[in-house]
Design a protein around this ligand. Structure first.
Ligand code: PLP
Ligand code: COI
Length: 339
């Protein structure tokens, strides 16, 4: 076990010992390589640098109550990476390469998996880039798949305490019929200005209105949005939202706990009606939203008055993280025990 201040980890980069690489060249994937270097050598005309041929995933390995190490629904991350690859014409990563890569990355860096009880986890960042040279706008002939890992704490510094978010309409992270539903770097570049402004104005992140009509809730920064009202778990469905694996799991848990689940367009006016609200994702886990301010109208929607998450958010958080840390029954078989 490394000598790290586990309890005070943030969502930042901490160097680990090994990362994984695999190259697609001459029409085929090569062997998995283990590297100790934090840098890569790249052609100056690589398509990832010029034309945004880049997609990534985010997943976590958890050290459980029984000291076993679990991955959560990793096949869903692999499937989403296929969709991302298809969406920007990159070479798909075969399942065996993805699986062997994530297993190796965790095993080789196991001393960096935060101990049980610290609230931390080992974040895995699989990354696929067009590495072949092109000058005309076209997909590369060569690709590089990598995985690095880093120990992380909460994405928002508040952890499981309610955060403030800002509803905005003057930036879009993705275009209608664009790349919002896949996990490509360009979406994140497009979200940076909104995110930085939200921070400067005192908010954890920006909630985007849908790009086409500005009538509906889209993404909550780097996470999906949900609201709870009258025994219902309500979450946006939109062509510009990333299908979150955390949200998919919360919908199943919510239904299992007796909530009615609605996945549909969620009108901005509904923000005034929720009893609880939250942002969910691998990095954010569940980040309860204490208040949302509409940047254009000034309207304020308050969901937490006492600085605590609401009862349903607490229950969902306990059940989700309980499964991930091996504390409660994994009824849906979501976890893969690595070792
Ligand atoms: N939305 C965006 C824009 C994200 O970057 C993420 C993070 O991956 C999510 C939602 C949540 O997805 P997941 O729960 O699969 O991590
Ligand atoms: C994740 O939740 O894994 C994300 O990718 C969100 C953000 C760190 C980009």
């Amino acid at each position: 076990m490394k000598n790290i201040d586990w309890k005070n980890l943030t969502f930042g980069y901490v160097k680990t010992d090994y990362n994984i690489r695999c190259y697609f060249k001459d029409g085929k994937w090569g062997p998995l390589e283990v590297s100790t270097s934090e840098t890569i050598e790249l052609h100056i005309a690589a398509t990832c640098l010029h034309y945004g041929q880049e997609a990534f995933e985010g997943m976590k390995a958890y050290r459980g109550k029984d000291n076993k190490v679990r991955l959560f629904r990793w096949e869903e991350n692999w499937l989403r990476l296929q969709r991302s690859a298809d969406g920007i014409l990159m070479q798909r990563v075969p399942k065996e390469i993805f699986e062997e890569g994530i297993r190796k990355a965790v095993e080789l860096n196991q001393e960096y998996i935060p101990p049980y009880g610290t609230g931390g986890s080992l974040y895995l960042r699989p990354l696929l880039i067009g590495s072949g040279a092109k000058v005309g706008v076209s997909p590369a002939d060569e690709y590089l798949f990598m995985i690095f890992v880093t120990p992380v704490g909460p994405y928002f510094k508040e952890g499981f305490k309610p955060v403030k978010m800002q509803l905005i309409r003057d930036f879009d992270r993705a275009a209608p019929q664009g790349t919002g539903s896949i996990k490509v770097g360009g979406n994140y570049a497009a979200s940076l200005r909104a995110g930085q402004r939200a921070h400067k104005e005192g908010f954890a992140t920006a909630i985007f209105a849908d790009a086409k009509t500005k009538q509906y809730i889209d993404e909550a920064g780097p996470a999906n949005f949900y609201g709870i009202r009258d025994g219902k778990y309500i979450t946006p469905d939109s062509e510009t939202i990333l299908p979150s694996i955390t949200n998919m799991s919360l919908r199943e848990l919510a239904a299992d706990m007796g909530l009615i689940v609605e996945r549909r367009h969620v009108a901005l006016e509904e923000l005034a009606t929720f009893e609880e609200a939250g942002a969910c994702g691998t990095a954010a886990v569940i980040s309860p939203i204490g208040m949302i301010q509409d940047r254009d109208t000034g309207a304020v929607h308050q969901y937490s008055k006492d600085g605590e998450a609401g009862p349903w958010s607490k229950k969902l958080y306990a059940r989700l993280t309980g499964i991930q840390y091996g504390e409660v029954e994994d009824k849906f078989n979501w976890c893969t025990v690595l070792f």
